[in-house]
Design a protein around this ligand. Structure first.
Ligand SMILES: Cc1cc2nc3c(=O)[nH]c(=O)nc-3n(C[C@H](O)[C@H](O)[C@H](O)COP(=O)(O)OP(=O)(O)OC[C@H]3O[C@@H](n4cnc5c(N)ncnc54)[C@H](O)[C@@H]3O)c2cc1C
Length: 415
């Protein structure tokens, strides 16, 4: 196979996983990361059987599972009546599948350590601003005006805010969503929460509180919780102005069991605000004069609200798909980008649509979506085959993304 020089913009989930795949195929990889030290931002996230299968192919799954918390159930209730309005159980699927709550730092470590071990070059403090695709090779242009050496292929893995999305030929429909969430990593409380479930409380669709087990930072360190409170971006100032205690009282009013979590928060500084975006590139590659030299993966190609918890899993699938496409095309880039697009487009379209469609049922000021969620959907969801369909949707399995990549799931029951 032709050995390629490949630049990857961004050392997030997608960039690291792709670099690992490609370095192992023998390509020369350089990652360019804007931070001075590569590091993850944010609290916990939930891995699905799709993303975990990709990690298994990379040989990383046992280590990741050792640092995560197995999740068997998503349990969402109306905060006032305590009525269950969302109940998704992985056991409705065959084969012992489960979800995994994990802290971002643990996932980052699991990917970054082998990337360094494969002698991938990681250049930090390099903020990508643009790309120059003139000629037979491409190069990155950095915010300080300097440029990278020339590469056969440039992969944009720089996330939802990628500066390369502005290129006119591939401009996506890009939208900042009104809602986002305040997130914190806290110690898992001794009582009050089941360690195998992501629990949520709602008040209509304008309030959502979540507590997710997020594993541990070291094999023997304490268990963590990812705590989140959804809030509109334009109401953040109002929330801060009311003061921490007022907000804590409000959360505890909805969900008294959160008291031991709230006791760990002394300052708004402990809560990071993440604003959600939604965009889907019409095609995840941009042409150079002499063929396709720029490919987008992960959130750079498609971002959305984390309501369905698929983003990191889709980023891992993208990385596996692009690596496989390059392998199959023996380094023919034009063919590789088309194979990559074909392998991923149905899954991406389905989950981007589902996330876009479902988000207002959980995050909006309108009462109608919450009423439909709480009374209509909650009742229908109990009738077979709805439980299995819901579990398959949450597990990321709609449209068969793993079969498209010839990836075999691990034996979940033995893990
Ligand atoms: C609050 C929240 C909760 C979430 N929960 C879940 C969940 O439960 N499950 C799930 O699957 N997904 C979840 N997601 C989505 C998930 O975090 C993303 O889909 C995933 O991180 C995308 O990975 P990525 O590698 O494409 O981008 P990122 O993780 O954003 O990584 C991008 C990397 O590129 C770097 N970078 C950015 N700009 C530049 C630049 N100009 N030059 C150089 N480097 C740059 C960044 O520093 C970063 O290292 C959640 C997202 C949020 C915001």
């Amino acid at each position: 196979m032709r050995r390629l020089d490949i630049a990857v913009a961004g050392a997030g989930v997608s960039g690291l996983a792709l670099s690992l795949f490609l370095a192992r195929q023998g390509h020369r990889i350089t990652i360019y990361e804007r931070f001075d030290t590569p590091r993850p931002v944010g609290s916990g996230l939930m891995l699905q059987p799709t993303g975990m299968t990709v990690l298994d192919v990379l040989g990383l799954l046992p280590a990741v599972i050792a640092r995560g918390s197995r999740i068997g159930r998503l349990d969402g209730r109306d905060a006032r009546s305590r009525r269950t309005v969302l109940d998704v159980r992985y056991q409705a699927l065959r084969g012992g599948r489960f979800g995994l709550g994990i802290h971002r730092a643990s996932l980052f470590d699991a990917l970054y350590t082998p990337v360094v071990g494969e002698a991938v070059a990681v250049e930090c403090g390099r903020e990508v601003a643009d790309v120059d695709l003139a000629g037979s090779h491409g190069r990155l242009v950095f915010a300080d005006g300097s440029t990278s050496p020339r590469f056969d292929l440039i992969v944009d893995a720089s996330g939802a805010g990628s500066p390369l999305l502005n290129r006119a030929a591939i401009a996506p429909k890009w939208r900042q969503m009104p809602f986002g969430a305040l997130w914190a990593s806290l110690q898992w409380p001794a009582d009050g929460f089941d360690a195998d479930r992501l629990a949520q409380r709602y008040d209509k669709a304008s309030v959502m509180i979540g507590v997710m087990p997020a594993g541990r930072l070291k094999p023997l360190s304490g268990e963590l919780a990812a705590f989140f409170w959804s809030v509109r971006g334009d109401r953040l100032g109002e929330l801060h102005a009311g003061g921490l205690q007022q907000w804590k009282d409000r959360v505890a009013g909805y969900w008294p069991r959160c008291a031991p979590l709230l006791d760990q928060i002394d300052d708004f500084e402990q809560l990071a605000f993440a604003r959600y975006h939604h965009h889907t590139l019409r095609r995840p590659y941009g042409g150079g004069l002499h063929g396709e030299r720029l490919i987008f993966i992960g959130d750079a190609a498609h971002s959305t609200s984390p309501q369905l918890g698929q983003g990191a899993n889709m980023a891992l699938l993208d990385a596996a798909a692009l690596a496989r496409a390059l392998e199959r095309s023996c380094g023919d880039l034009d063919q590789a980008v088309r194979l990559y697009h074909q392998a991923r487009m149905r899954h991406i379209a389905a989950y981007q649509f589902l996330s876009w469609f479902l988000t207002p049922f959980y995050q909006s000021d309108s009462r109608a979506p919450a009423w439909i969620r709480d009374w209509l959907v909650a009742s229908v969801a109990k009738v077979p085959p709805a439980p299995a369909l819901l579990a398959a949707m949450v597990a990321g399995l709609y449209t068969g993304p793993l079969a498209k990549l010839d990836l075999e799931e691990p034996d979940w029951a033995r893990l």
